[in-house]
Design a protein around this ligand. Sequence first.
Ligand SMILES: Cc1cc2nc3c(=O)[nH]c(=O)nc-3n(C[C@H](O)[C@H](O)[C@H](O)COP(=O)(O)OP(=O)(O)OC[C@H]3O[C@@H](n4cnc5c(N)ncnc54)[C@H](O)[C@@H]3O)c2cc1C
Length: 485
Amino acid sequence: MNSSTHPTIIVGAGFTGLFTALHLRHQHDFRSITLIDPQERFVFKPMLYELLTGELPDDTICPTYEELLQGSGINFVQDKVAAIDLQEKRVHLACGLDYTYNYLVLAVGSIQGYLGTEGAQENAFAFRTRENALALERQLRDCLLHASQTKDEQQRRSLLTFAVVGAGPTGVEMAATLADLLPYWYAQLGGNIHEIRIVLINHGKTILSGDVNASLKELALQAFKTRTVLVELVLGVGVKAVHPDRLEYQPANSSEINTLLTQTTIWTAGTATNPLIQSLSTQISAGHLDQHGLPLVTPTLQLLDFPEVFAAGDCADVQQQRQPALAQVAYQQGASIAHNLIALTKGASPSPAHVNLRGTLMKLGMSNGVANLFDKVQITGKPGDIIRNVTYLEMLPTPLHDFKATTEWLKEEIFHRYHRPNLVSQTAAKQPPLSASEQRNRSLVKALAILAPIAFLIAAYLGLRTPPSEQIRQPQMNSTTQPTP
Ligand SMILES: Cc1cc2nc3c(=O)[nH]c(=O)nc-3n(C[C@H](O)[C@H](O)[C@H](O)COP(=O)(O)OP(=O)(O)OC[C@H]3O[C@@H](n4cnc5c(N)ncnc54)[C@H](O)[C@@H]3O)c2cc1C
């Protein structure tokens, strides 16, 4: 077995892990950093819908670590961490390699949970990874294609019924997006878009219940009614089983089992603890785990029994300050961990991580979103969608990449790739085609119509964004800083 020694190991290169590493480098801390993740690409999860819909290209939503870390001097190891020995300060990789550390950052996130539902893991489509998004796209396109070709009415109905389980933010965003996307794709195949059903199924009686987005419930319900096809709600029911061709659910206080014929169930209900974190439970005292088995960390994001280990994001629970499982939380915690690692290296005390939640952003259909500023002002529709996109695109890790992504998105906006397949567009299709100069003028007007309000929207968006500079208020490190011995 090979063994290498690195002072700072970061396990998981998602929002917490990647941004910890990048913030260390932005603070001119040139310690030896090893960042370990089994994936080749970072996944910008809040915009995974844009990968599904094709609104943004793969490289923008899921850039490779090679591209993101180019020239950073960060050692990226593409492998899965199979075990960690906290006493021995040793990380064991699936390939057999071991690394020892002086400081460890646990940033492995969470995994999809299925609440023990029969057949859900095997038959439902999850939506958390790039592979999930690509598999779902293939399924949706296959169903629409077969539906456009079959003469069997019952089969067509089940091919055109799409169930989304879980009415938290992911389920709501997914249902609203599909209600615009699927008619658009089906119209291209010549299908009757009115045969499409999007059914959102939830255990609770309301959508977005208990979530940071709960105040957006009415806006989301309104959006469901105004999509290209209506989103149907089945609330207050428990899903009992998912089969390849149907889903079974039971209303609360009833023994009756209902069946929904569908070949596509998308599962967004529940998360589970990452197995690597579960495996640490024998090394962490039971009183230092929360009710989900997540390690409790101090406000400075250190494990209670192992102060050289930081943990944050979806895989840790901050003592007495529970944070929602959000990218904006993980991103800010990554900056705090970097700040504290630098403090420890200088012999200073780590400081508590301050997370500012300034608002939330939701996609409520194609070219439709809501920006919820400070839970006071809600900007909806197209402007809300623009703020959401600009905010997220700005969060993408490298400036060069960020610039490229923003310009690609603006180009899409201006040339308007997406049209809702409705009667208006059918009428428009009967009109004579525009001349080249008319088309140019029209594009120019569209560009101006979009770009003019952007100045205002950017100002609003600045209210949402938490600049890294606000999180790390400390003098720059000397560039000759040595790795921790
Ligand atoms: C569809 C979707 C939409 C979302 N939308 C929003 C949104 O609009 N706004 C928002 O704020 N949040 C949103 N979130 C939540 C947000 O993405 C998460 O809270 C955030 O990604 C958590 O960051 P993290 O660093 O804890 O974990 P992640 O970003 O999940 O990163 C964990 C990393 O660890 C790696 N890993 C896992 N196991 C191992 C192992 N054994 N060894 C090594 N590496 C490992 C994984 O490959 C992954 O790269 C969304 C989530 C989803 C799924």
